[in-house]
Design a protein around this ligand. Sequence first.
Ligand code: MTE
Ligand code: HPA
Ligand code: MOS
Length: 762
Amino acid sequence: MQNSTNNKHFDAARHVSGLSQFLDDMSIPEGTLHAAVFYAKVGHGHIKNLNTAPALAHKGVHAVLTASDIRGENQIGGIIPDEPLLADGDVHFWGQPIAVVVAETAALAREAALAIECDIEALSVITDPREAAAQGQLIMPARTVETGNVDAVWSECDIVIEDKAESGGQEHLYLETQGAFAVPTEGGGVRIVSSTQGPTAVQRAAAKVLGLPMHLIEVDVLRLGGGFGGKEDQATPWAIMAAMAALKLNRAVKLTLPRQEDMRMTGKRHPYSSDFKIGLTKTGKILALEATFYQDAGAAADLSPAVLDRTLFHCTNSYFIPNVRATGISCRTNVPPNTAFRGFGGPQGMFLIEAAIYRAAEAMSVEASVIQRANLLRDGDTFPYGQVTERCQAERTWDETAQTFALKAAQKRVTDFNAQNILYKKGIAVMPICFGISFTNTMMNQASALVHIYSDGSVSVSTGAVEMGQGVNTKIAQTAMMIFGLPEERIKVQTTNTSRAANTSPTAASAGADLNGKATEIACVALRERLLALARTELRGTADDTLTFHQEKVWHNGVETSLTWNILVQTAFFQRVKLSEQAQYATPLIHFDKTTMKGRPFAYHVYGTAIFEVTVDCLRGVYEVESVQAVHDFGQSFNHTVDLGQAEGGIMQGIGWMTMEEVIYGENGRLLTDALSTYKIPDIYAAPKRIDVRFLENSENPMGIMNSKAVGEPPFMYGIGAYFALMNALKAFRPDKRLLLKAPMSPERVLMELYAAAPVNT
Ligand code: MTE
Ligand code: HPA
Ligand code: MOS
């Protein structure tokens, strides 16, 4: 079903003409005050003295808030209560908020913050997760996912390899930095406009810290200039700070973080350092995998436990491995609490198995693709966490990719090129993906929608979904359009507001469109059935007649009638027929037992396979991604443009994580890469010269909205293919060197690997 509407993002025209509103574009009332955050410049320490008086005396300053101004609980930890809003006593990371300065302008507030006197007695700083684990600094007890009998099977393996794999952090770099705007409301409440993926998360935490019932706090979100997981949990503190100041001063207060402060104060993708042991038969069947993940959680839990679960679930990627023991250790370090980031721990798990396969291929002197293909999941295979594969597309996407893009010929071309060239080497790698869709925490898989049909026939839809560029509002509008047979301009997807959609899950886990779209579908279908029942009377038809909506009219057995949508809605209104509907959707079938780490956590899985080809300049260490070619499982996509945009954007972000983005903290815990001059993200020159993502055909998915599959995160993980393509190119130049399994493979690291003094064979 291809037409013009299912081939665009409904915000596209507004975005490119500058009419889309973000937090900073909203008109604010005259007299609004502005807040700035004063934060720790020590990685770990004890606050001995905090004197805010000099800041308060500064020009234009109305208040300086500290932990002692908190009326409720100084606690924002969502999963584990281990994180204060404002430091009290101790500080645990460089950049931790200590005080909020409120002034006439943001510039005055920032200036005044510099006057705050704060003596902090420095304590020892840990920035390495293994060191944290060695010192017993754990966020929670270790978790293990286990299947088969790993210990018993090593003796049956022809090849057993042990090594270490490491992947780095990643800055979200949403275009719009964190921020919020708060206005006091009648009766002691507050209205917060926030750039958050989780309006309810903000509302709940604000209620706790402000000491107010949730019904006195209204959170409203129009759209975000990107979130990528960085605003699932970490949009909350700024919203509460603005609200606290607004309530204290009885004035509107706005707080937005300048880029550098945003980078310093917020957490990122979790770096992982992991050990693995993999065992295979000589024909390349993987019999066992043992993995221990050291997750760098940062100074507080934030979402780390949930991120760790997904790492454990995805550490076998698209492969069936009968014996697995995967252990996750969440380590407390003195860096900002790391948080959700596209893939949510999945990429780190998948990097490990691909690293293990890379080593196995090396030992067996075969292409990694031989081992990868031989171990792909099939229908009926059980994942280590107990879920059984259904409608598995691992082999199909692999074979279609290999055939469509002539994998064998490409591999030969690369080998030939490398035989003929000394200073340029090419590398090729295949990257299959398998990503589970649903929040791993079962209770979070619910959403609601509130649909009104106004008496003029226009339709208003409110859900818990937050638009952050991914196109969820487009998909929700399309759902209503299809059910009501209305054009785009008759549907309005409203702001996401806690008074219209309560108890919502954050828009995350790629499940935003499925969950909120399904809730919208339920509400719209109920309205359609009610209106069509009325139409049946109006048209004096019989009960078994097929009536449908199409092109703003009622159709009877496929033939247009004279009854228009507008007339029918008006008739309904005059006859006092209910024109509003509220609905809830809760994903069926899923369940998970946290004590055994078994169950069916996911509604379904998304599959796909990509081929990466790179060329390395072995003199300079620089490289180019020649091509990314993939067959991806979108289910029955109902918006090709949006979905392709998600796939291409995800791939670029994945390439950035694996090849060039490097989050570096100094020994004192200070972020050294806190600006775009020191933190390199992919630009147009880093983009693959060719990127060709095809839609897998005939993939049905009744668990997805309109038979589609979630697309937000899965393509990110193709980026891992860029790393292994680079590894293969490097190996062609230095076949004697055992290359480290350590991402990102920056040009600097390429040179270090290529020109290491002596072959390293450990
Ligand atoms: N795409 C854009 N343009 N901006 C974003 O912030 N976030 C990603 C993905 N795609 C993001 C994006 C992440 S981390 C998730 S979980 C999903 O979108 C969330 O949206 P969905 O559930 O509607 O797919
Ligand atoms: N994905 C993303 N965000 C989440 C999840 C998840 O599985 N669980 C809790 N928050
Ligand atoms: Mo996405 S990391 O689940 O917000």
